[in-house]
Design a protein around this ligand. Structure first.
Ligand code: CA
Length: 226
């Protein structure tokens, strides 16, 4: 059995069964909760490695569950929401969730998201780390030098800040609002159009074989650990 322990928070029994059956088949250990209060208490006592959290719970708002857990734990949280809950998904990410799945989802999609989170956990960047490496990309934070396949890539200051923000949060989906407030500061109108232009240019300059930066349409961007 995989020692990686996943807490499944879902009040809909059929969805919960589908998830736990998939986890079992893939040899993950799991715990179940059908409400927010229960999820918070299991999280505190059993210390899971990952939480799959349905946003629509009967007793507690999913966002409050995230905020409560985030007050003491950085455990990765993948939220599961219905397509109609698009804004909830964004608030969940802004409250500290790492990633999301939209119902209905396939088991392959579920497993892929879990693997991304696992890679993020296995890679624990030290705060004093000065060189970041992911696949063909390397960033030397001390000299602000970016290389792809050992060739220096010339970025503008904003492109560089964007890349560092994504790199330091590898595996996590960063919302447009989060990125914009980090790069340009708060109080500036959310300019998603400019962000998109910078991202396009950044990607073009990086030109890595595997696309390291994933676009989440209407939501934000995520760097994937290769
Ligand atoms: Ca539900």
């Amino acid at each position: 059995m995989n020692p990686f322990k996943i807490l499944v928070v879902e009040d809909d029994r059929s969805v919960s069964n589908l998830i736990t059956t998939t986890l079992k088949l893939n040899q993950y250990s799991y715990l179940r909760a059908s409400g927010g209060q229960e999820a918070v208490s299991i999280c505190a006592s059993a210390k899971p490695d990952l939480i799959l959290l349905d946003l629509g719970l009967p007793d507690m708002d999913g966002i409050s569950v995230i905020e409560t857990i985030r007050s003491w734990s950085q455990v990765p949280i993948i939220v599961i929401s219905a397509r109609s809950e698009e804004t909830d998904k964004i608030s969940a990410l802004d409250s500290g969730a790492d990633d999301y799945l939209t119902k209905p989802f396939s088991v392959d999609e579920l497993m892929a998201r879990i693997r991304v989170s696992q890679r993020r956990i296995q890679y624990q960047p030290a705060s004093e780390e000065t060189v970041f490496i992911n696949g063909e990309l390397s960033i030397d934070f001390a000299s602000a030098e970016v290389k792809v396949r050992d060739n220096v890539v010339h970025l503008t200051p904003i492109e560089y800040k964007l890349l560092c923000l994504l790199a330091r949060n590898t595996g996590k989906v960063l919302t447009h609002t989060y990125i914009i407030s980090n790069i340009w500061g708060t109080g500036i109108d959310n300019d998603i159009v400019s962000l998109r232009v910078y991202m396009t240019s950044l990607r073009k300059k990086l030109n890595t074989e595997n696309d390291l930066i994933r676009t989440h349409i209407g939501i934000g961007y995520q760097m994937i650990r290769i």
